[in-house]
Ligand binder design. Structure first.
Ligand SMILES: Nc1ncnc2c1ncn2[C@@H]1O[C@H](COP(=O)(O)OP(=O)(O)OP(=O)(O)O)[C@@H](O)[C@H]1O
Length: 321
């Protein structure tokens, strides 16, 4: 699976796609023209300081609130116009999942199984093993730790074999050991089930260890999309470029067309800026294509700062934790 560094994603592997998603309330944009996509088997972090719009974005993805503009496609289906088909592909934990505390973990999942079509007991065993809960299934949920309750929630969300798992701040309240365990089973879920996972957080350090990419937002706007990897891996894969042009939207469209053959990932970050990951040898051809299309190119810069430095800069004054 090559989608993990975000530079070799095939169109057919995209399972979640946000297209200019916007939420305005009382004239204020809580989420503003947000676009990004996630492929099969990828774990992507939606990262931003408190109040950046993460929860609002996630609530729109799963249809809990409406979008003012834009659309979300899940498994190719529009959340706006084909909600039922779209939502069938999603397993989501937005608020704390509710369980019957006096029933065992197993009985809680059996209860859920009765309400859902096509979920077998074998599947219950499979998902509880994935989250490492198989030995605690006979215990009452009221005796579970927060981490165990969360695993039960994730097991439940996985029962119907969704193609996307969406988790809002899942590490909140977990101790370091709980966070580490979560990281491990999330990776296993993504790998073994080929699921795309979107997980929100305001902590870069956690996301760096868990995710293959992060989508950074601030004040509802996309700041950047970054691949996470070792320095060595980054060097071998692609160069992250920021292009300053006269018409970023036009340039981004053109670059996306080229992406299909050149494996780049294109993000418009402002009216005049486009970011993309490119193989070193592809840079001249891309510059030439932009010029040929009449787009004025003012700057081609490599983005080199560490993600940590940048994240602190973006979120200066906004960060609570
Ligand atoms: N229904 C609403 N009406 C007006 N403003 C809202 C509403 N819901 C959220 N907001 C505001 O929108 C902004 C984004 O909120 P959101 O909860 O999406 O952020 P977040 O990134 O999830 O932050 P946190 O980590 O604190 O949950 C905040 O400034 C919040 O106060």
């Amino acid at each position: 699976m090559q989608g993990t560094n975000g530079n070799h994603t095939r169109e057919a592997d995209i399972v979640l796609r946000l297209e200019g998603v916007t939420k305005r309330i009382g004239g204020r944009a809580l989420v503003d023209k947000l676009s990004f996509q996630i492929a099969k088997g990828e774990i992507v972090g939606l990262l931003g300081p408190n109040g950046a719009g993460k929860t609002t974005t996630i609530r729109m993805i799963v249809g809990l609130i409406g979008m003012t503009e834009g659309d979300v496609r899940i498994g190719g289906y529009s959340v706006k116009s084909e909600f039922e088909q779209a939502i069938r592909h999603v397993g989501g934990i937005i608020e704390n999942p509710e369980f019957y505390p006096y029933m065992t973990g197993w009985d809680n999942l059996k209860q859920y199984q009765r309400m859902s079509e096509g979920v077998t007991e074998a599947r219950i065993h499979e998902v509880t093993k994935l989250v490492g809960l198989q030995n605690a299934l006979g215990k009452k949920v009221k005796t579970y730790s927060l981490g165990m309750r969360q695993r039960l929630g994730i097991a439940q969300a996985l029962l119907h074999r969704p193609s996307v798992l969406i988790l809002d701040e899942p590490t909140n309240g977990l101790d370091p050991a709980g966070i580490r365990e979560m990281r491990e089973y999330m990776k296993e879920i993504a790998e073994k089930e080929g699921i795309a996972i979107l997980v929100s957080s305001h902590l870069l350090s956690e996301m760096e260890q868990m995710c293959s990419r992060v989508v950074v937002i601030q004040e509802g706007k996309l700041v950047t999309v970054r691949s996470i990897g070792t320095e060595e891996k980054r060097e071998r894969s692609t160069v992250q470029l920021s292009l300053q042009v006269d018409r970023a939207e036009h340039a981004a469209g053109l670059l996306r067309q080229m992406t299909e053959t050149r494996d780049a990932e294109v993000v418009q970050t402002s009216e005049v800026r486009v970011q993309l990951g490119l193989a070193h040898e592809d840079i001249p051809a891309v510059v030439a294509a932009l010029a040929a299309a009449g787009i004025r190119l003012y700057r081609v810069e490599e983005i080199k700062q560490s993600l940590e430095d940048e994240f602190l800069k973006w979120t200066e004054g906004n960060r609570i934790a």
